[in-house]
Design a protein around this ligand. Sequence first.
Ligand code: G3P
Length: 226
Amino acid sequence: MKFFLDTADLTEIEEAAAWGVLAGVTTNPTLYARVGGKLTDFENHIKRICDVVGPECPVSAETVAMTRDQIVADGRRLAALAPNVVVKVPTMVEGLAATRTLADDGIRVNMTLCFTVPQAMLAARSGARYISPFIGRFDDISEDGIAQVAQIAEAVGNYDFTDSTVNGEQIEIIAASIRSANHVTQCALMGADVATVPFGVLKKMVKHPLTTAGIESFLNDWEKVK
Ligand code: G3P
């Protein structure tokens, strides 16, 4: 399973990239607003993220357009910012139609706000490169986010879906709206391709009290052999 960082915070991205485990970044309008982002600087900000993570790491930049023509125009502009930009498009009719056009143009799309198997199947058919089912937000309405993502991963995995870009890359499921390290465990057990995690969750993933205690006792004992 690959790890993407779910943030627009450059400091967090720089730090996570330095860990050597980062395979991509996902952003959304909320995450950009959270770092004090302004519309006029949005495209530069996405470029800066792309520079930090390097060309091998996909960086999802979301369009807020609501019509297919506007989504396609946004998508083309965003994709021109850097070769690793992936255009994030909401799961909706206009989004599907726009994704078909963008994917046929060779532009990778991350279809987001996906909550059901039928939505995921449509996203896969539209030529999207990534599908992002949300876990936490499904839990928030007293549904089982993990079970739903597992069903989506299984359903998409039943078919040999590739995106519609020239290279025909295999579609990957990005488990999104992850709120805890336990969500990551469940995603890994179900075989999700990618987990996009907030930096707070990434930091928790590396910790265990027995690891901390073990390091401390090894260091103490090493003092005795000096
Ligand atoms: O990638 C989508 C994700 O950022 C949504 O997370 O916690 O706002 O539901 P959350």
